[in-house]
Design a protein around this ligand. Structure first.
Ligand code: DAH
Length: 323
């Protein structure tokens, strides 16, 4: 009987998983109503000889079990599993926080800026809210000129202002304040009062280019723009100029680039019109230059094979996280 109790409790103590469980076992064994306590109490009913013999064994077992409880208790209060909660493994890899990144249009803009900067162009900007003077008049598009129909304009009610329809007004703004020779590009946001579809949005980005010097010719333009596309598309590209009309240039071109066997229309360009030079105070007999304007989204769409311009403004992370 006594040995059975001893073995049972030794086993229980060994299997105790935490301090609470151990204390419960201790109570069942040595508590006021514990199994061993009961036996010790019942000894008084035994006869002298038996009481002495059993008493010795029972007390011996009591001591052993008490020691075992004590030992195990120390392990819970002092030992590794307890301390492990305070451990720091300095060699463990950390949890990387989510990091933001630049918008694809910003990336493309930066790339364009870098390429032109490497060819001596400065990056310039201008206001998104423009005057009629800079958006049209200074660019050889006087009031009531039919060419104004080329740009569906957002006019600001009751103010003599509009949302710029292109980045070209910065040509006039810059030339007014700076003397030639000059080389600038002007990336920026533009607005048109148009229905949206896969290739049109009411807001979009353009970048304008302008180079003015004593002998700047269309040949210089072709050389520079070819070099730009070569670096931008990271491959040799064929460029073709087709005659076109823009009021602020003469002659005007449409610039096409050959990609995968197809000619794609990419930008408008031309030789700066003498009236534009006159408007900003340059003598057209002394200076000549080229200008061009291209859609940033269109270039990004061709480069990354994106088929809908609205994706750029959708804030859709499935799209944005690819850049
Ligand atoms: N501003 C024109 C547009 O938005 C694009 C353009 C064409 C710009 C010819 C130029 C240019 O500088 O020379 O449609």
């Amino acid at each position: 009987m006594l040995n059975k109790i001893k073995e049972k409790f030794i086993k229980d103590i060994r299997q105790a998983k935490d301090l609470k469980e151990l204390e419960e076992i201790c109570r069942c064994c040595l508590g006021r109503k514990g199994e061993l306590t009961k036996i010790l109490r019942s000894l008084k009913d035994l006869s002298g000889e038996e009481r002495k013999e059993k008493g010795q064994i029972a007390n011996q077992i009591k001591k052993e079990l008490e020691n075992l409880f004590q030992e195990k208790k120390l392990r819970f209060t002092n030992d590794l599993p307890h301390r492990q909660t305070n451990w720091i493994d300095v060699t463990a890899p950390g949890i990387l926080p989510d990091q933001g990144h630049l918008h694809p249009l910003t990336l493309v803009q930066k790339e364009i800026e870098e390429i032109f900067q490497s060819m001596g162009f400065s990056v310039v900007d201008g206001p998104e809210v423009e005057t009629e003077q800079y958006n049209f008049n200074a660019l050889n598009v006087p009031k009531d000129h039919p060419a104004r129909d080329l740009w569906d304009t957002f006019w600001l009610k009751d103010l003599d202002l509009l949302l710029r329809t292109h980045t070209s007004p910065v040509q006039a703004r810059y030339m007014e304040k700076n003397n030639p020779p000059l080389r600038i590009i002007v990336p920026g946001r533009c607005f048109r009062h148009e229905a949206t579809d896969a290739t049109h949005d009411v807001q979009f980005y353009q970048f304008e280019g302008l180079m003015v010097g004593k002998k700047v010719s269309a040949v210089n333009f072709k050389g520079i723009i070819e070099e730009f596309f070569k670096q931008f598309f990271k491959s040799d590209v064929k460029v073709r100029l087709r005659p076109s009309y823009f009021p602020f240039v003469e002659p005007g071109f449409e610039v096409d680039v050959k990609r995968n066997g197809d000619w794609l229309e990419i930008m408008g360009a031309g030789m700066v019109h003498p009236n534009v030079f006159k408007e900003v105070g340059y003598n057209p007999n002394n200076w000549q230059g080229f200008a061009f304007g291209a859609g940033l989204e269109r270039l990004a769409m061709i480069k990354y094979q994106i088929d809908d311009i609205r994706l750029f403004y959708s804030s859709d992370l499935r799209f944005l996280n690819q850049f």
